[in-house]
Design a binder for this molecule. Sequence first.
Ligand code: NAD
Length: 301
Amino acid sequence: MSGVCAGRVVVVTGAGRGLGRAHALAFAAEGARVVVNDVGAALDGSGGSGGPAGDVVEEIRAAGGEAVADGEDVADWGGAGRLVAHAVEEFGRLDVLVNNAGILRDRMLVSLDEAEWDAVLRVHLKGHAALLHHAAAYWRAQVKAGRPVDARVINTSSGAGLLGSVGQGSYSTAKAGILGLTLVAAAELARYRVTVNAIAPAARTRMTEAAFAEAMAVPDGGFDAMAPENVSPLVVWLGSAESAEVTGRVFEVDGGRIVVADGWRPGPSVDQGRRWSPGELGAVVPELLAKAAPPEPVYGS
Ligand SMILES: NC(=O)c1ccc[n+]([C@@H]2O[C@H](COP(=O)([O-])OP(=O)(O)OC[C@H]3O[C@@H](n4cnc5c(N)ncnc54)[C@H](O)[C@@H]3O)[C@@H](O)[C@H]2O)c1
């Protein structure tokens, strides 16, 4: 198959449904060979089934593409290693890792339950870190063996990670952590010719269709801005050889919109060259804040 990712081998995690499914289909349509990973869990991460991943593989093959299903849990350290090995065994190499798998267990902080906190951090944050680790080790070994590497990682954050979201303390924390991990990974893996970027998508999936029913509704006619398929073209381009110069960036993406998310950067500052006393700061901090851009509102506040 021809296309911007012709011949590339891509792992998409959580690709049995929603955004990951759309990414897997879009990569295959652009000529990539795809490992469709998904545990087939419920939205809260419970249960599991090979059905969703297998269905996406069938769809890709029916359209003339190449794909294989994988049922590893991305947050199992050894499982993440087996997923990378699966891609190499099946298709001979790995070029692109799309970290997308995720779950939700929304709670206000006052009602937070320890197990729920752990479950959300585990799938999103440890899931990203485990796969980054094993993919990085694979690419470093390739470089050491003298084989060419031109690889990509696309991580999945969220507006909740960029701005915070009421009732989603664990999810916002995990998604903000993924932004930090993206910056570090981009800096560390550049020497192996691996780029690492992140997206903050918005689309109609089981994660959003009930909670944001109005915003996610299918329009009567015209452009269906919240279709998950609208997010995938940027992910596929970031996975292609064309995006070699783009790394350490975060993109908000939905409908036909692509926004470069400008991260934390130094704002107004003051330095008096000696230690402050607390009593001096009442005059200094408000003055600094008056010169700074006002903060973006937290979602749901
Ligand atoms: N839908 C949105 O508007 C939106 C917005 C911001 C961020 N996101 C993020 O996009 C990603 C995809 O979400 P979605 O909306 O498509 O949700 P979804 O529930 O439709 O898909 C997530 C998939 O991940 C799989 N999964 C869960 N835990 C897994 C694990 N441990 N290992 C492997 N697979 C696992 C699930 O079985 C499911 O098929 C998530 O990281 C989510 O946080 C989505």
